[in-house]
Design a protein around this ligand. Structure first.
Ligand code: MV4
Length: 453
């Protein structure tokens, strides 16, 4: 097993990785920007190295700095967390070239899934259902037009190098398609240095369902069920839950089998997530995330599997020591992402935290690097805490979640806690009756109702 791991991240996820390491008897090295000198991940780690100034480009994304820190500290492995360098294939191979272990999938698998079109083609060839669309890049306007006529409007033009929604454009007819094709190409070239685009039929009101898997790179793969991540705004997830209130046990097993079979076929190593859209009883593969995800705790709560610990064991060469039949999913979990942001404008709200009192009690977990007196820096994303609650049933989970939200105190900065209190009391949410557009519709309706008054 590794003796020392460098954590190439910050905030709550750096803490999350540190905790797994501690429980495994592994020493930790934190890296940090000058803005994070007093951050909790730096305080808790066994050692820390300053890797640059506040902008992420010059610190958390600075590969030479991180490799230098790893060399000086003499670590065995590097965990990238999520965001930053976690899905950078070049970083993964540089880490390995310097004699460190990258705690994640192979650079080849990261690169494959980073090319959304290649991922789609690979998955389709392995029997995973994809959205009706193009088999490869759309070459010219005439082929795009003919293809769109076949799959039916509206269609989406997507960038092969994109992901997370960047470089996506919708077209409702032939003339829009011609326009959007040119726009998408230009945008994709500028953003990703890759003008390759492809077409998919636009699904109007899907849910976002993602399947968590673990592979050991030695042919063993298990799934840990799905998460429903449909409650989002501007593609930022706000609430996630597991299991999805929309799926039956049979559907879960079916989707799990599809995901496991595909991951076995490519001998996938580490934790991974297959993202699907779900509409009218059918699943459509969108993309695969080759990293630990923000919302992994809801899966941990229902499976009792420590996903970060598994990533570390697998990276060290250990095989999965259980089979699918040993993975039992129990009860229900919901996560609220607590952001430092203005409740009306959603503008980031950095600043000094004057009071911090996280919720507690049975079935309650708070993943956060906050403490009273901490100053949230303005340079990074606004996620400051995750409140994760488990219950035997979805209803018990919801009652506990509302109780826990009421206990949370974060003073001195603005947060979206009040939004979470409203959402978890909304009849549609309580009924599990939502799709990926629900939150935006709900907020527009709430705004209209306030104007009425
Ligand atoms: C789609 C779609 C509808 N139809 N593809 C946006 C992010 C990227 N991962 C894929 N996205 C979408 N692809 C087809 N064929 C709708 C979205 C989408 C979305 C997907 C998941 C979660 C939130 C979303 C918000 C807006 C659009």
């Amino acid at each position: 097993m590794f003796e020392k791991i460098l954590i190439a991240n910050r905030g709550e996820v750096a803490l999350r990785i540190h905790r797994a390491c501690r429980e495994m008897g592994i020493r930790t090295v934190a890296v940090h920007s000058t803005a994070d000198a007093h951050a909790m991940h730096v305080r808790l780690a066994d050692e820390s190295v300053c890797i640059g100034p506040p902008p992420a480009r010059e610190s958390y994304l600075n590969i030479p700095s991180i490799i230098t820190a790893a060399t000086i500290a003499g670590v065995d492995a590097i965990h990238p967390g999520y965001g930053f360098l976690s899905e950078n294939a070049k970083f993964a191979s540089i880490v390995e070239d310097h004699g460190f272990t990258f705690i994640g999938p192979s650079a080849e698998h990261i690169a494959l899934m980073g090319d959304k079109l290649a991922a789609r083609a690979q998955m389709e060839s392995l029997g995973v259902p994809v959205v009706p669309g193009s088999d490869g890049p759309v070459a010219d306007e005439a082929t795009a037009g003919a293809l769109a006529d076949r799959i039916g409007y509206p269609v989406l033009v997507k960038a092969a190098g994109g992901g997370g929604g960047k470089g996506i454009r919708k077209a409702s007819n032939r003339s829009e398609l011609i326009q959007q094709l040119a726009m998408a190409r230009r945008e994709a070239e500028a953003a990703f240095g890759n003008a390759t685009v492809y077409l998919e039929r636009y699904l109007e009101r899907p849910r976002h369902i993602e399947m968590q898997i673990l592979g050991d790179g030695q042919g063993h793969v298990v799934h840990m069920g799905e998460r429903d991540c449909s409650i989002q705004r501007n593609r930022q997830k706000i609430i996630e839950e597991a299991p999805s209130p929309a799926l039956s046990a049979r559907q879960r097993e079916h989707l799990g089998e599809i995901a496991v079979k595909a991951m076995q076929a490519i001998t996938y190593k580490s934790a991974g997530t297959l993202e699907f859209l779900y509409e009218d009883g059918k699943f459509y593969f969108l993309e695969m995330n080759t990293r630990l995800q923000v919302e992994h705790p809801v899966t941990e709560m229902i499976s009792d599997i420590d996903i970060v610990r598994e990533q570390i064991r697998i990276a060290a060469g250990a095989p999965l020591d259980y089979e699918q039949k040993d993975v039992t999913l129990t009860g229900h979990a919901i996560e609220c992402r607590i952001n430092a942001e203005h409740p009306e404008t959603f503008a980031p709200s950095p600043g000094r935290v004057t009071d911090y009192h996280p919720a507690g009690g049975l079935g309650v977990r708070v993943d956060s690097a906050l403490y009273t007196g901490y100053t949230v820096p303005p340079h990074y994303d606004s996620l400051v805490a995750k409140l994760i609650v488990h219950g035997k049933t979805r209803n018990e989970c919801l009652l506990r979640l509302r109780r826990a939200l009421d206990e949370c105190v974060i003073g001195g900065i603005e947060t979206n806690l009040a939004l979470h209190r409203r959402l978890t009391g909304a009849p549609d949410f309580i009924d599990g009756n939502y799709d990926i557009h629900w939150l935006e519709r709900h907020m527009a309706e709430a705004r209209a109702a306030r104007r009425e008054e």
